[in-house]
Write a protein that binds this ligand. Structure first.
Ligand code: SF4
Length: 725
């Protein structure tokens, strides 16, 4: 029949910040296949194991098991939720939120969103919270992912804009990969790196990582530094560059400020001291420095090893310092290039979807910026007080300051550190709403109201990948069950709140929720207008242009004929005087150092074939072929010293709790370092905190220490002890 005809829909992979294009094959309302889009510049037809199995996660037999398909209400905590209709659910939600606002003010609400949301989803919620409700208590799980990269760029280069493109891999003579297992976390970008190395064996690859990961297999030089010592390493490299005459004084004089203070800062970071602190050899330090500084073009690729740290901003900025000092920026193959973890962490940043940001890279602290956004939204003002960041928001809810939590498309009960606090927050809040595609997440158990959201294959809108490229996301099938689009849920809530908070006035949310394409295009056009004159100006782009010419990079101002492949080629930075700034900072060790009681460093990270808390990838048996079950990986010599067999059950205990899981000998780990993948949830055996409460996921063992500037938690390091279980 006609409805069974094969349809092909161009869209984007929903997993990671590489942002690969996909072609979704569907028949009727069923997705039947997926393949890489040969015309998408992020992947040219390639997909990794996760992307190439997306269609299997959308099979009806899977979605019936995993998806949230209708609104549900818990009349009491711990009770089974009961189905209710959308109007009743939204009426209830708006009434409860308005009630909290009336009793305690808008800052008693906390909205916690996700880097998985599309730009249009983000835009609506940002406007709802900051424009309509008058609070900045909106943060997202991008806080756990990219906020240190944001702060690092802004403090040095002046704007949150990754300066490079994937094509720079082909121009680089040295790839300097820091704190990133690119081979597993950004597989299709890694294919490009492998191609470049094959085509040009003289391309030098330096990997900085405490672990000997798959990425290291391709490296010419691996610096297995001690966890958290990155700032010391970069300072030591700058010390050496100065000693060897490898800096570029002409570039520094013409395009930067603050070098003298930094030179003073690194004066005592001698090679011997640096090597000792970082646990590397002086020879390797010298070689890494030589390759970075003297290669014709050096491209840094970096990710969570730098970001998820109590000194995340400093790590990012100290690396960017090296690019500025050597002029390794603004040329083909030469730039600092942060890799985004989530598929649309970039889009979220663009619309200002963090508690300290405003639309189009504007700052809350800037009164001119606040006035511009208020004028764009047609509201009297936007509050100036920064809202609560992710960890702060849940701490405030645990303390009773935040009374209601609205959580969209993320799973804080598994992903945030210090789970005892998160659990207290979810239990103490008067009202918890979870807007989610999946019914199976740990957070779902705490929600009073569950609102079913659409997901990949059903959604319409845009995302931005690591290289500033905006791609369309297109729906291949109608929503499952009664699921609604995230932005449309936001609009429906906002319109109900408007009726209470500003009755009789024209709606600030006049978007067509019946027609997803019209609705999202109107939202996107409003977002586009907010970028006029900003560093990410996209006033020359449109849905029509993206449809006709494919995904494009920003900026693309009105009148331009193309986007920018590379930023700062003219040496002018988006600062008041056009000059970049060196960031002078001291090295601080990890928040929780190893000691006699807790003698091991716990590191966490991704597996190749899993994503986040596995709500999607965990539905496919074949994705467990690579790694089938959780384990704690331990250096073989440590294992021999402890006298344990591979596979023995071991208790891993931090100051916040403990989990039991099999031990695995792994030469990837350095001495006194252990690794547990971040994805596993309730699979841990007997995991519980000191109060005996069950734990979900490894982040429960981690401290809630965070970078004071970016507020990004230190999810890469905790001190732990091991004992036979
Ligand atoms: Fe999807 Fe990332 Fe794999 Fe590309 S590399 S297919 S975006 S998970």
């Amino acid at each position: 029949t006609c409805s069974d005809a094969l349809r092909e829909t161009r869209s984007t992979c929903s997993y990671c910040g590489v942002g690969c294009g996909v072609i979704i094959e569907s028949r009727g309302a069923t997705i039947t296949g997926v393949r890489g889009d040969p015309d998408h510049p992020a992947n040219f037809g390639r997909l990794c194991t996760k992307g190439s199995t997306l269609h299997l996660t959308a099979r009806p037999e899977v979605t019936q098991q995993t998806r949230l398909l209708q609104p549900q209400l818990r009349l009491q905590r711990q009770a089974s939720p009961l189905a209710l209709d959308w109007d009743s659910a939204l009426d209830l939600a708006s009434q409860r939120l308005a009630d909290v606002v009336q009793r305690h003010g808008p800052n008693a609400l906390g909205f916690y969103l996700s880097g998985q949301l599309l730009t249009e989803d983000y835009y609506v919620f940002n406007k709802l919270v900051k424009g309509l409700l008058g609070s900045n208590n909106l943060d997202t799980n991008s806080r756990l992912c990219m906020s240190s990269a944001v702060a690092g760029y802004k403090i040095t280069l002046g704007a949150d804009a990754p300066p490079a493109s994937y094509t720079d891999v082909d121009h680089a003579h040295c790839l300097f990969i820091s704190g990133s297992n690119t081979a597993w976390a950004h597989p299709i970008l890694f294919r490009r790196i492998e191609d470049a190395k094959r085509a040009r064996p003289e391309l030098k690859i330096v990997v900085i990582d405490p672990r000997r990961t798959d990425t290291v297999e391709l490296a010419d030089l691996h610096l297995a530094l001690q966890p958290g010592t990155d700032v010391m390493l970069y300072h030591g490299m700058l010390h050496l560059m100065l000693r060897q005459g490898w800096t570029q004084p002409a570039y520094i004089a013409a395009h930067t400020h603050g070098f003298e203070a930094l030179v003073e800062q690194v004066r005592d970071c001698t090679p011997e001291r640096t090597a000792q602190v970082c646990g590397i050899s002086v020879e390797d330090l010298l070689e890494a420095t030589r390759l970075f500084a003297t290669s014709p073009a050096t491209l840094s690729l970096y990710c969570q090893g730098l970001n998820q740290s109590s000194s995340g901003t400093d790590k990012n900025a100290a690396l960017i310092n090296l690019h500025l000092a050597t002029g390794q920026i603004g040329r083909p193959g030469a730039a600092p290039f942060s890799l985004t973890g989530q598929p649309n962490a970039m889009g979220g940043r663009e619309v200002g979807g963090l508690s300290n940001l405003l639309s189009a890279h504007r700052d809350l602290a800037n009164p001119v910026h606040r006035a511009e956004v208020a004028a764009l939204w047609g509201v009297p003002d936007v509050p100036s007080v920064p809202g609560k960041s992710a960890v702060e928001m849940f701490e405030a809810a645990a303390d009773g300051e935040i009374k209601a939590l609205w959580i969209a498309c993320t799973n804080p009960a598994q992903s945030l550190p210090d789970q005892a606090t998160v659990r207290r927050a979810l239990e103490r809040a008067e009202f918890v709403v979870l807007q989610e595609a999946f019914a199976t997440t740990a957070t779902a158990a705490y929600a009073d109201l569950l609102l079913p959201a659409t997901t990949w294959g059903e959604k319409t809108g845009t995302v931005t990948n690591s290289e500033r490229r905006i791609s369309r996301v297109r729906a291949a099938t109608p929503p499952s069950g009664e699921a609604r689009h995230d932005w449309a849920i936001g609009v429906a809530l906002a319109q109900r709140l408007e009726a209470r908070l500003r009755p009789g006035q024209a709606s600030l949310f006049p978007y067509d929720t019946q027609d997803a394409l019209r609705g999202t295009e109107a939202i996107w056009n409003e977002h586009r207008e907010s970028t006029r004159g900003r560093d990410l100006d996209i006033t020359g782009l449109s849905y029509a242009l993206l449809d006709a010419q494919g995904p494009q990079q920003w900026p693309w101002p009105s009148g331009a004929s193309q986007g920018k492949e590379r930023l700062y080629e003219d040496g002018v930075f988006p600062t008041p005087d056009g000059k970049a700034r060196f960031h002078s900072t001291t090295y601080h060790p990890v928040a929780e150092a190893r000691d006699e009681a807790y003698p091991f460093s716990l590191n966490t990270g991704r597996l190749r074939d899993q994503w986040h808390g596995m709500s999607r990838t965990g539905t496919l048996g074949r994705l467990f072929g690579h790694v089938a079950e959780p384990a704690v990986q331990v250096n073989p010599q440590d294992l021999a010293r402890l006298g344990w067999e591979d596979g023995a059950l071991v208790r891993v205990r931090s100051r916040r709790g403990q989990v039991v899981l099999p031990v695995q000998a792994s030469a990837e780990q350095g001495p006194q370092q252990v690794f547990i993948a971040m994805h596993w949830g309730q699979e841990f055996l007997g995991g519980h905190d000191e109060a005996g409460q069950a734990l979900t996921g490894v982040n429960a063992l981690l401290p809630s220490a965070y970078c004071p500037r970016s507020k990004q938690p230190e999810l890469k390091h905790a001190a732990v002890q091991l004992e036979a279980a």
